[in-house]
Design a protein around this ligand. Structure first.
Ligand code: NAP
Ligand code: ZN
Ligand code: ZN
Length: 351
């Protein structure tokens, strides 16, 4: 076993702190990665605090991982030591079910998530990217372009694919008007992608002070969602709304903004359920309320290649590992600009 170290939540209430643990020795199909940067997703916070009721402690969060290949197993042909690589939310899946065969491994019943997921190799839970190294099957390792800033690439591995995938699934492009709800990690990537795909894009925010940034990030207009008059200007005017909000809220105020046959896709997973929407808002305009979960490995690579081609990365605030608890506090106040990324060089070796 490999002695590894990182930061863990030991229980839902106390701050994250240093943790030592073991990872498997790389097998023939495995890639050993020295982690350089790891993005901080709101899902990390939800799970560190057991807000989804499925956390097994200690939990080492982190699923926006970038690093350099340190070693590869004998059967690995696509990666070599020194390569820049990424790991997202999944590290394995069954590979034989209809979802896997369809390149939608995120829906596989036996998908192994990057942390807090039963790990057949160790008999424990998987441990994520708030750590010095990780061992991952080659099929779940992503190739990164050396042209992009590595730290700013990390959030693409979750925030990027989670917004890219639904915008592609609903074929968003020129001629569409798209709403993005919430300007955090996911929302700011949603803005960048909707713009890159050619849509007219409107950002809905609860934070008026994010207006100028939203425009810089690609929004054609910004609406403060607490202002009913501003909201009413957009009644029945959207083809698609991507809702990234991490807290329970009224969905009807956004459903009413969809055109006939419009779709609102939820990607936020709040601790408490949203109030049930008024189904009249759906039925009378044949609107749809949908959801989406990250994206498959093939589509994640496609997204990374698209970003490399277009020079798209995340807007980040680089933090030391010891700054993670402050970052969580700021995330809870929607004070994110627009993704925290941990510089793993600041992670002190375990003593
Ligand atoms: P984040 O960076 O914290 O951003 C969330 C944004 O939501 C905030 O910045 C804020 O934007 C808005 N917001 C927060 N509280 C709100 C409230 N009470 N009412 C209205 N708006 C509020 O979070 P994130 O990392 O982007 O993640 C967002 C959600 O997506 C989380 O629930 C996360 O678990 C989930 N997620 C889902 C998937 C998936 O596959 N479906 C993948 C990754 C993450 P404004 O200041 O602009 O209002
Ligand atoms: Zn995430
Ligand atoms: Zn499967």
């Amino acid at each position: 076993m490999l002695k590894s170290y990182g930061y863990a939540a030991y229980n839902p209430l106390t701050p994250l702190r240093a943790f030592q643990f073991e990872r498997r020795e790389p097998g023939p199909r495995d890639v050993l990665i020295d982690i350089l940067y790891c993005g901080v997703c709101h899902s990390d916070l939800h799970q560190a605090r057991n807000e989804w009721n499925g956390s097994s402690f200690p939990i080492v969060p982190g699923h926006e991982i970038v690093g350099k290949v340190a070693a590869v197993g004998g059967a690995v042909s696509d990666f070599r030591p020194g390569d820049s690589v990424g790991v997202g939310c999944m590290v394995d899946a069954c590979r034989t079910c209809p979802d896997c065969l369809d390149h939608q491994e995120q829906f596989c019943e036996n998908a192994v998530f990057t942390y807090n997921s039963p790990d057949a190799h160790t008999g424990k839970m998987t441990y994520g990217g708030y750590s010095n190294q990780i061992v991952v099957d080659q099929d779940f390792v992503l190739r990164l372009s050396p042209a992009l800033d590595l730290a700013a690439t990390a959030p693409l591995l979750c925030a990027g694919i989670t917004t890219y995938s639904p915008l592609r699934r609903w074929r968003i492009g020129a001629g569409h008007r798209v709403g993005i709800v919430g300007l955090g990690g996911l929302g700011h990537m949603g803005l960048k992608f909707a713009k890159a795909f050619g849509a007219e894009t409107v950002l809905f925010t609860t934070s008026p002070d994010k207006t100028a940034d939203a425009k810089r990030l690609g929004a054609d207009d910004v609406v403060v969602s607490k202002d009913p008059q501003a909201m009413s200007r957009y009644l029945k005017r959207f083809d698609f709304i991507l809702n990234t909000v991490a807290a329970a809220h009224d969905l009807d105020q956004y459903l009413a903004l969809l055109k006939r046959d419009g779709v609102m896709c939820l990607v936020g997973v709040p601790e408490k359920p949203h109030p049930a929407p008024n189904i009249g808002n759906l039925i009378f305009q044949r609107r749809a309320l949908a959801g989406s979960l990250i994206g498959g490995i093939r589509e994640t690579q496609e997204m990374l290649d698209f970003c490399a081609e277009r020079g798209i990365v995340s807007d980040i605030e680089l933090i030391p590992m010891a700054g993670i608890n402050d970052a969580y506090q700021r995330m809870l106040k929607s004070d994110v600009k627009y993704r925290f990324v941990i510089d793993m060089a600041t992670l002190a070796p375990a003593r």
